[in-house]
Design a binder for this molecule. Structure first.
Ligand code: ZN
Length: 131
């Protein structure tokens, strides 16, 4: 008894490859609806809505609004208090109290902050703080 010969099925006719391009591919983009400008900026998470820039005190290394700090600059090897924060040049900031002054002095932070080395003369600032 001969096994019945199974005739292979004819290969299915190739279905035409689907066209990738939609007929409407070059439609004009929808105009973006932007949120109101006030929502663009992530509000500062520190609670206060101050716009003042923060500066780092060279003494206690904490950050504070620059109005809370005293600016000083280097003039030659002398540290000069810049009360109005208007003097040109490289400046640094410190809390106007002797605690931060002594902290900064101990760490030699004045010379480092002003890129003046260790020879910076801080007597002007000390006198200013002593009133
Ligand atoms: Zn300080």
């Amino acid at each position: 008894m001969q096994p019945q010969r199974i005739t292979p099925k004819a290969p299915a006719s190739k279905s035409p490859a689907p066209k990738a391009l939609a007929p409407n591919a070059h439609h004009t983009p929808q105009p973006l609806t932007l949120p109101p400008k006030s929502e663009w900026l992530n509000p500062c998470q520190e609670g206060s809505a101050t716009m003042e820039p923060l500066r780092t005190c060279v003494g206690c290394r904490s950050r504070a609004p620059q109005t809370h700090l005293l600016r000083f600059v280097a003039r030659g090897t002398e540290l000069v208090v810049d009360e109005a924060a208007v003097l040109p040049g490289r400046g640094a900031w410190i809390h106007p109290n002797l605690d931060c002054y002594h902290l900064a002095e101990k760490r030699r932070a004045f010379g480092r902050a002003l890129r003046a080395g260790n020879a910076i003369d801080t007597t002007h600032l000390e006198k200013w703080l002593n009133g």
